[in-house]
Design a protein around this ligand. Sequence first.
Ligand code: GAR
Length: 189
Amino acid sequence: MINIAIFASGSGSNAENIANYFKDHSDIKVKLIVTNNPKAFVLERAKKLGIETLKFNRDEFYNSEKLVDQLKSQEIHFLVLAGFMWLVPAYLVKAYPQQIVNIHPALLPKFGGKGMYGDHVHNAVAAAGEKETGITIHYVNERYDEGDIIFQAKCNVENLNPDQIAEQVHQLEYKHYPKVIEMCVEDLI
Ligand code: GAR
């Protein structure tokens, strides 16, 4: 069994969708949901799903490496960022080389980098009058949104407002992210 930890900072609708996708999977299990935000709604979702959770603060995340020990002791093999808003530190990238993936709600390299997350991205896409946007799933390195791209999908957003764009992008995320994770993880088996 390959065990996954999902990192999320907020609502966690992707985390829930991924957990449901792998619920009865023979090789892959969502074993842990990890957050930097003690008030994140993803913790409620984890409770409902019966998935164990782990919380950390900024100091623990950036000034110690104890998270690696916690993940390894739970036999976590693969990390999935799903709405996780902090930059991943180098020690974690080194501990999980090409074993951390992220989803970004736009077509990188457009609308990526520091400060470009969640609704900020959709507002920027609307303000730029983009005809299309989409999702990018990529491996994670020490820089925001710069790891190797694994998969992209597009949607038409001509004349849509930021809320409508967010809705289109979320639908793409729900459809593709679990399958792309499955593909990446099956490469490890
Ligand atoms: C998702 O749209 C995800 O792509 C985005 O945050 C949202 C989280 O939604 N991630 C980023 O912006 C990372 N830079 P969710 O909490 O409902 O899954």
